[in-house]
Design a protein around this ligand. Structure first.
Ligand code: HDD
Length: 732
């Protein structure tokens, strides 16, 4: 069985009813529209020129004589080369690397008190969506698992037009004002003189900018936390970041923040793993998303809103319009209102994922801009960039960008106009169409917004000058493990800087967040700690930690996780197939790793497992857990010299992952792979039993049936990582 088939078998039984109904949603308006533009190249077709003339030869150009020069008369050859020469378009200036998927959104809890937008009121609607996840700094061909903010851009194809929430996986942003965006991006992108480093924030220019931009420090805490090395797009929270305005049918306005909560929980890689995967599988995240959707294991998110009535705008010690601040959930709880399911991969990356043109100003009636100073120029920027990136103001006519509702206006012509607009092209006119539509009939009427008044000047609101409180709140709310990761991340990033002044100034800034944090980083960098001690306000929130199980935003489940099941010729079939079958029923993906990509024979006559990976074509980093099946025969006798097995066990152990073994692989694990680490566990293992400690699961040689092992193994995988494990002695 191929990996795709085995993945499919694994997950099909583990998915819940809402996911299964997703199949039906594919008959939605957007899919129907896209179908009209889709050519099926898998059917039998002859090759033709762009102007439709069938061609008899596409391999040999027209020549003047057998060995003569190619003739310019060869229209097909010229067209083919010309088209190829012009295939590339500019990549996005930020968020160049991404992966997308189609899906749908279904509301379960209407919020008429907040907005009159039908998509947030009508539970019978299934609204088609397209989501693009991305990294920010790297170019289109960079790696997926770099430390970076992840884009989480969602388009809803509503009956009232396209609504885009162009968000990130962090709820705040680096800067308060759009006018600083080019500076931020120039600083983080590769340095101009040599275009180094690619997709990394660990370099002088970035930290130079950050240390001189204290408003960025809250975001920096998120950036250097585990959030920005996610395990999977499927395991990321998403945030609209800005506070938007929503308006209800009575014209009452509220400030609203949008949140996406993943059904599979919020989980991350560890840094060493992220670094290695960048080389081992640069497509790790897009492959993970693609495979899950192909397998029918559709990722899901709950859409949540934090709502502040306009009258309460000034109730906070921060400004609601400041995108460097969260609204702590203790103050304003999130109300979850609907579910988004991603259930279809694109047919063509370029036409769909590359050409989708998200814009923050794509808002439907009932949702509006607030006065957030990061938002208005930002909205200008998206509109502007799409025209240069996609080559024309007519990018709205590209299939993935077309709304599913009728579109008539008086915009005309331009490069690549793709429809014939018959009739009037101005208003008012004697035909009376296309005409403005009154608000009562669905026309957009922006709500009358009270303006603060004042004089025209370049200023920010008074509360915009406080930059450290929420950075400290974030730090205080982390578990010890997460704090250690942040210290290590600061140490890595600043350790990559060459300029001592940059390091010094950054440490001074971190010191305002927390003195201990600054001292720990200074110690790691072997530079003097900051002298002054600023008081830490001591406040915490339980909604931010990814490890603390009391965070209601997180979920711990083994569903959708991947186990690498290592077998060698002569393995014990019963245990291996027991795990495989049971995990398939639980929605846990099992990939068999063997000496060959072929059928691997077990010790029982006539039984085998098909390996999807060889020991050489995968690494432990590609799995959430590794399990080594015991067995007998010459290969098992040589196991202590099986370097790939030894390395996989050690590396997974070092990355705090679930590691397990059965039968004859247990003494091997204990003596050779993890010497001195699990003696106590193995001493207590009964021959027909299972023993577990800190994510290590071992099964005795006389264990006949898998259920007890399956239970322990899946429980450990669901914990994500065994953080209590001491890995200091492991070299991998
Ligand atoms: Fe942006 C792309 C997210 C501020 C200018 N941004 C882009 C994408 C995401 C975000 C997810 C990729 C969309 C896609 O998949 O096609 N950006 C954010 C968030 C921000 C933010 C969450 C802060 C709250 N962005 C921001 C500002 C500006 C821009 C302040 C300019 C003033 N962003 C752009 C852009 C991009 C973009 C240059 C590049 C490609 C594109 O728009 O389509 O216009």
């Amino acid at each position: 069985m191929s990996l795709a088939e085995s993945v499919k078998q694994s997950v099909m039984s583990g998915v819940e009813s809402v996911e299964k109904t997703a199949q039906k949603a594919t008959s939605d308006a957007k899919q129907a529209q896209l179908a009209d533009f889709t050519l099926d190249y898998t059917k039998d077709h002859g090759i033709a020129t762009h102007f439709g003339v069938l061609q008899s030869d596409t391999d040999t150009s027209l020549k003047a004589g057998v060995r003569g020069p190619t003739l310019i008369e060869d229209t097909h050859a010229r067209e083919k080369i010309t088209h190829f020469d012009h295939e590339r378009i500019p990549e996005r200036v930020v968020h160049a690397r991404g992966a997308g998927a189609h899906g749908y959104f279904k509301l379960h809890t209407p919020i008429p008190e907040v907005t009159y937008a039908p998509i947030l009121n009508n539970t019978s609607l299934s609204t088609p969506t397209f989501v693009r996840f991305s990294t920010v700094g790297g170019s289109r061909g960079s790696a997926d698992t770099v430390r970076d903010v992840r884009g989480f851009a969602t388009r809803f194809y509503t009956q009232e037009g396209n609504w885009d929430i162009v968000g990130n996986n962090d709820p705040v942003f680096f800067i308060q004002e759009s006018i600083k965006f080019p500076d931020l991006i120039h600083a983080v992108k590769p340095e101009p003189q040599n275009e180094i480093p690619q997709a990394q924030s660990g370099h002088d220019n970035f930290w130079d900018f950050i240390s001189r931009t204290p408003e960025s420090l809250h975001m920096i805490m998120w950036h250097l936390s585990d959030r920005n090395i996610p395990r999977s797009f499927r395991m990321m929270q998403g945030f609209g970041v800005h506070t938007f305005i929503c308006v209800n049918a009575k014209g009452e306005r509220s400030f609203v923040k949008f949140h996406w909560k993943p059904k599979l929980g919020i989980h991350s890689l560890v840094w060493d793993e992220a670094l290695k995967i960048s080389g081992q599988d640069p497509d790790f995240h897009r492959r993970d998303l693609w495979d899950a959707i192909e397998a029918g294991s559709y990722p899901e998110w709950e859409l949540g809103v934090q709502v502040v009535p306009e009258a309460n705008e000034h109730d906070f010690d921060f400004d609601l319009l400041d995108a460097t601040k969260i609204i702590p959930e203790e103050l304003i709880p999130i109300k979850y209102i609907g579910t988004m399911v991603l259930n279809r991969n694109p047919d063509e990356y370029f036409s769909e994922t590359e050409q989708i043109a998200f814009c923050t100003q794509h808002m439907v009636p009932g949702v509006e801009h607030s006065n957030d100073p990061l938002l208005h120029l930002r909205s200008f920027s998206y509109q502007d960039t799409q025209s240069s990136r996609l080559g024309s103001v007519n990018w709205n006519l590209i299939p993935i960008n077309r709304p599913v509702c009728p579109v008539f206006n008086n915009h005309r012509d331009g490069f690549m106009q793709m429809q014939i607009n018959k009739g009037p092209n101005y208003w008012p006119n004697r035909w009376g169409t296309p005409h403005p539509v009154p608000g009562k009939d669905g026309g957009q009427v922006l709500s009358p917004q009270p303006l603060p008044g004042g004089v025209k000047e370049r200023v920010r609101g008074p509360k915009f000058s406080e930059h450290y409180n929420q950075a400290t709140l974030f730090w205080n709310s982390m578990t010890d493990v997460e704090k250690e990761h942040i210290v290590n991340a600061f140490s890595f990033e600043l350790g990559k800087c060459e300029d001592k002044g940059v390091i010094e100034l950054t440490l001074e800034q971190i010191n305002f967040i927390d003195n201990k944090l600054a001292c720990l980083v200074a110690a790691n960098l072997h530079v003097p700690p900051p002298k002054e001690v600023h008081p830490n306000h001591g406040k915490t929130t339980k909604f931010l930690s990814q490890i603390d199980r009391s965070n209601p935003n997180n979920t711990f489940t083994a569903v959708g996780r991947k186990l690498g099941l290592f077998v060698h010729d002569g393995f014990d079939f019963g245990i291996a197939s027991g795990i495989k079958t049971a995990f398939a029923a639980m929605g846990i993906i099992v990939a068999v790793v063997g000496p060959r990509k072929d059928k691997i024979k077990s010790s029982t006559d006539g039984t085998f497992l098909e390996a999807q990976f060889t020991f050489e074509t995968c690494r432990s980093t590609l799995f959430d857990a590794v399990f080594f099946i015991g067995g007998s025969g010459p290969e098992y006798d040589k196991l202590k010299r099986q370097g790939r097995w030894l390395y996989a066990a050690r590396e997974a152990f070092m990355h705090f992952k679930t590691v397990g073994a059965s039968g004859s692989a247990v003494p091997w694990l204990c003596k050779y792979a993890l010497p001195g680490e699990i003696d106590h566990l193995v001493d207590h293992l009964k021959e027909d039993g299972v023993a577990v400690e800190q994510g290590v699961v071992v099964a005795g040689s006389k264990l006949k049936e898998a259920p007890a092992l399956v239970k322990s193994l899946s429980e450990e995988i669901a914990k994500h990582r065994a953080w209590g494990r001491d890995v200091s002695a492991i070299a991998a």
